[in-house]
Ligand binder design. Structure first.
Ligand code: AMP
Length: 486
């Protein structure tokens, strides 16, 4: 099928050709013929399938006939995030460059004043996040009674973000005879209920089976077995650095996804400290910062973007070479969305997921959803972590703490086989041994140079052979004095 066969306005066709598209994508080929006739469409499609054009192209074609009245927009597109709304607005600029249509973008974090002025003049296309749209409505600045076409984009994300009551309310504020174009990557029951209630005899179109992952993305799972529970996050940050470095020149840029906002901040700081060119993106940041960070990532001045699902959902950033899941996503669908940020438009990409033992359960769910196992990847530099030299050295310098001394019993407990295989416990114990053995013989005997040091085999580190000053011996320090201080 070609775009010429889709009955699009000639000016829209011209813009599409200039965008360099030769063929409609499957979702476009299926959705546009119905949308252009005014039918309701239920599109099951994830980002990266060309779904935005599948509603913007027919919308523009239909809206060129007609004129907007003040405060009464003719069409409405609801998006879950500001970034996504801004992206849809850019699509309108691209495909609508040869037609005269006015649009307004209503998103939070931007002053009401400018948005009010646009609405007052009358707009053909209103692109909004639900909260900001209702704010305008409640201030009496906006009427939704002239809406001819309403689009709900990324409905399942709206559900995750708790927007469904807002969406229902907005549906009820628009005329019953509007046309509705409704898109969702997945169809949980709550979304199905919404479509049953508010769509009129919709044509269901599906780009790919829900929640499939692009075949152009190489997916890998890098397991980490931390030496101690409290070190897990730090060791994961170390692993992240090694993984990024291990990709060498193949890594042009990357989005690193974290499950929690506080991890975004610690991962950001750790990468920045290690000299990476990094930006952070999450919902709590000021809109101007979010926009600047995204622009920086798009133009290449930021190479690594540490982001939350909310902020990065649906973003179309072509040419992302890598996605790294710092955390295994808890919702399997998020995995599909995250890795969909790379390997876009037929390009190749790589998605690496870091996994702690307690995250294995989420991996299982993901593998079930994508119907294939994720290949295991050796951490760069081999299985990890043999206790990292600097950490052990630092331990040597620090006084022993009671908490640590209490641990051997717990360490002796049997562990799961995989943890045993990769966990560095035995090595750490050996590394710790010199200090403890060292303390006792010296205190007991006076630490003479010729004294045998117990427990070290043939090798005795030089620092153990140093003469101990008499003064220190006289102090008669009890063995656990440091523990009590700690
Ligand atoms: P979307 O799924 O709407 O986020 O679109 C994903 C990407 O596909 C965007 O970069 C679009 O510019 C691009 N795209 C949309 N339609 C086509 C097409 N027919 N041919 C090639 N690329 C397209």
């Amino acid at each position: 099928m070609t775009f010429d066969e889709l009955d699009l306005d000639p000016n829209v066709l011209k813009a599409v050709q200039e965008a360099g598209y030769t063929q409609p994508t499957p979702i476009q080929a299926q959705a546009i013929p119905f949308a252009i006739k005014g039918r309701d469409v239920l599109g099951i499609a994830q980002t990266g399938t060309g779904k935005t054009a599948s509603f913007t192209l027919p919308m523009i074609t239909r809206l060129v006939k007609g004129r907007a009245r003040a405060r009464m927009p003719r069409s409405l597109i609801l998006c879950p995030t500001r970034e996504l709304a801004a992206q849809v607005a850019e699509n309108f600029d691209t495909y609508g460059k040869y037609v005269k249509l006015s649009k307004a973008l209503l998103i939070g974090g931007v002053s009401f004043g400018d948005q009010d002025k646009l609405i007052d003049r009358g707009v053909d296309v209103l692109i909004a996040t639900p909260g900001r749209l209702l704010d305008h409505f409640e201030r009496g600045k906006l009427m939704l009674s002239a809406i001819e076409i309403m689009v709900v984009d990324e409905a399942d994300r709206m559900l995750d973000m708790g927007f469904i009551p807002d969406i229902e309310r907005i549906f009820k504020l628009t005329p019953f005879h509007r046309q509705t174009l409704f898109f969702s990557a997945t169809m949980p029951p709550e979304i199905t209920r919404l479509t049953t209630e508010f769509l009129h005899n919709p044509e269901r179109v599906e780009a790919t089976a829900p929640a499939t992952t692009a075949t152009t993305v190489e997916q890998l799972l890098c397991r980490l077995h931390p030496s101690r529970r409290e070190d897990a996050e730090r060791e994961k940050r170390d692993l992240l650095r090694d993984v990024l470095r291990g990709e060498g020149d193949a890594l042009k840029n990357a989005i690193v996804f974290c499950n929690r906002k506080r991890d975004i901040s610690s991962v950001f700081k750790s990468l920045e400290k290690s000299g990476f060119n990094v930006g952070a993106l999450h919902g709590d940041l000021d809109q101007s910062v979010r926009t600047a960070t995204l622009d920086g990532f798009r133009d290449g001045s930021i190479a690594i973007l540490v982001a939350s699902d909310v902020a990065a959902r649906g973003l179309d950033i072509p040419g992302v070479s890598h996605v790294v899941n710092f955390d295994v996503p808890i919702h399997s669908e998020d995995y599909v969305h995250r890795i969909g940020r790379t390997g876009r438009a037929g390009r190749t990409g790589k998605a690496i997921t870091l996994c702690l033992p307690h995250e294995e359960k989420h991996v299982e769910k993901i593998e079930k959803l994508i119907e294939r196992p994720i290949a295991a990847m050796e951490p760069p530099g081999g299985p990890r972590p043999a206790p990292r030299a600097p950490a052990v050295e630092a331990d040597e310098a620090r006084p022993p703490r009671r908490a640590r001394e209490d641990r051997p019993q717990r360490r002796a407990e049997p562990r799961a086989p995989r943890e045993e295989a990769a966990a560095p416990e035995p090595v750490r114990d050996v590394a710790r041994a010199p200090r403890r053995e060292d303390d006792r013989p010296r205190r007991r005997s006076g630490g003479g140079r010729d004294e045998a040091v117990v427990g070290l085999g043939d090798h005795v580190p030089a620092f153990l052979l140093r003469e101990v000053p008499k003064r220190a011996l006289r102090a008669n320090v009890p063995d656990d004095a440091d523990d009590q201080a700690a």
